[in-house]
Design a protein. Structure first.
Length: 71
């Protein structure tokens, strides 16, 4: 049976305002991709109400998976 391992990270919206953050994020995603990690889901984490009624996104949740090596 195929087995997987997962990596879950959160990215604060405030980070996107930092100079060079996009480059740093691209480099991390590229590194993880080279290690076999596949981004399978990324979605906003909101607060302050319903999505269409004044909610604000504070973070993004990113989930990666890769095949788990047999020991």
């Amino acid at each position: 049976m195929k087995k997987f391992e997962y990596k879950i990270i959160t990215i604060s919206v405030s980070h996107f305002r930092k100079k060079n953050f996009q480059t740093e994020l691209n480099n991390k995603f590229e590194k993880w991709g080279n290690e076999g990690w596949e981004l399978i889901k990324m979605e906003p984490i909101t607060s302050g109400g319903m999505i269409f009624q004044g909610a604000t996104t504070e973070e993004f949740l990113a989930v990666f998976k890769r095949d788990k090596e047999e020991i």
